[in-house]
Ligand binder design. Structure first.
Ligand SMILES: Nc1ncnc2c1ncn2[C@@H]1O[C@H](COP(=O)(O)OP(=O)(O)OP(=O)(O)O)[C@@H](O)[C@H]1O
Ligand SMILES: [Mg+2]
Length: 371
């Protein structure tokens, strides 16, 4: 579907540089206090930090929805203050919580909003909208519906499609996934990561969720009270070398978070207990995973199970090399025997990795990272 699609000729991603930028609101509140920061071109920069510490203010200064009181913001080396305001704003995609869709416009027309403003014919813009819907994992048939007829997760995808419609060099996302449930949220994060591999935009993303930050970020910027930056670093460095007690407390127990960063490419699944034919193995005193002719998992068989016995469902599998260690661990914990089920990207079973052999892999990774 989307993967074979040719990328439209577009703007190359811009880098965004803050030079001693401050924002003092009219009532005297300091929103942001003299921050210096680079959001690298083509990378995902994630802002985290407690409420009221200046994340949204910082984000909105990039497209001039808020203007700084002092300092400069450079977009691809050009001072944002010198750029024409309306075109700057249209040229930067913006996604917010609850998607912020126009309720009286169809989904397709929501997505086509900016292209139409830019003078593209409505028909052409609608066709492009259908293509964008596929890109973000939506059925183009939903284009005729109105936002209220969509689920929260679907609306959020429309919000992303709309933000991408003008093929902007920068995409701003302010807690875009925080109003959807954890399962949908996980899907949306995966979609965004997949999409980003295709489009390579400069994305600036705000979240309160440290796990989300670690999954998505090339760089995490931790804000603190008073609108200053406590630390700006890669997820690894942030977890292993927090710059202050505040950062350490804010990022929380890094043990579990490590698992989201660790790859599973080094694991070696075993196939001894994966069976395609039950009869020849009947009577064995171990749990076995039965697969079908396409190598897909059918379920777990109890020790001594015979033909016709029910399977215990295989509740979670992980894609070897693509999913993080955390997913492998979930898979092991959710299986009846502490065995994680490794598959390829086509859901074909490659084998099993037992819990006991996940542990040393995790320890090894952590000790190397701390060295
Ligand atoms: N229009 C405004 N007028 C006055 N003060 C404001 C205005 N907008 C924001 N502030 C203040 O500026 C500070 C930073 O606000 P901002 O919205 O950037 O925080 P945030 O980090 O995005 O918070 P949250 O995590 O709750 O979204 C806060 O103290 C806030 O009350
Ligand atoms: Mg905010």
């Amino acid at each position: 579907m989307a993967s074979g699609m040719r990328q439209p000729p577009g703007h190359s991603p811009a880098n965004v540089v803050f030079e001693s930028v401050s924002k003092r609101y009219a009532d005297g509140t300091v929103g942001v206090d003299s921050i210096g920061l680079e959001c690298e071109a083509g990378k995902v920069t994630v802002f985290v930090g407690p409420s009221g510490c200046g994340k949204t203010t910082t984000l909105r200064m990039i497209n001039r929805m808020i203007s700084p009181t002092s300092g400069r913001i450079l977009i691809s080396g050009r001072d944002a203050a010198d750029l024409e305001e309306a075109s700057l704003r249209r040229g930067i995609g913006y996604v917010i919580q609850n998607a912020g869709l126009f309720p009286h416009r169809t989904v397709a027309d929501n997505i086509a909003t900016v292209p139409v403003l830019q003078g593209i014919r409505r028909r052409t813009a609608r066709l492009a909208a259908a293509e964008l819907m596929e890109r973000v994992g939506l059925d183009p048939a939903l284009g005729r519906k109105y936002p209220y007829q969509l689920s929260g997760g679907q609306q959020q995808r429309v919000g992303v499609a709309r933000a991408l419609a003008a093929d902007p060099p920068v995409l701003l996302m302010d807690e875009p996934f925080s109003a959807v449930d954890p399962v949908v949220r996980h899907d949306l994060q995966n979609e965004l990561l997949r999409l980003q591999r295709e489009i390579g935009k400069t994305i600036v993303f705000v979240t309160h969720d440290m796990d989300e930050a670690i999954r998505l970020a090339d760089r995490i910027v931790v804000f603190q009270r008073g609108g200053t930056i406590a630390q700006s670093d890669t997820p690894e460095r942030l977890l292993t070398e927090p710059a202050s007690a505040f950062v350490r407390d804010f990022t929380g127990d890094s043990g579990i978070k490590w698992l989201s960063l660790m790859g599973t490419g080094g694991l070696e699944p075993r196939t001894d207990d994966v069976v395609a034919e039950l009869d020849s193995f009947a009577g064995l005193d171990r749990w076995r995973l039965q697969i079908d002719g396409e190598h897909r998992a059918l379920g777990w068989l109890r020790p001594g199970a015979t033909a016709g016995d029910e399977f215990v469902p295989c509740r979670r599998t992980f894609v070897l090399g693509a999913d993080p260690m955390r997913t492998a661990l979930d898979s092991a914990l959710l299986s009846p025997v502490g065995q994680a089920v490794a598959t390829d990207s086509g859901q074909r079973v490659l084998g099993l990795v037992d819990f006991a052999s996940l542990e040393p892999a995790i320890e090894d990774h952590r000790s190397r990272a701390h060295a």
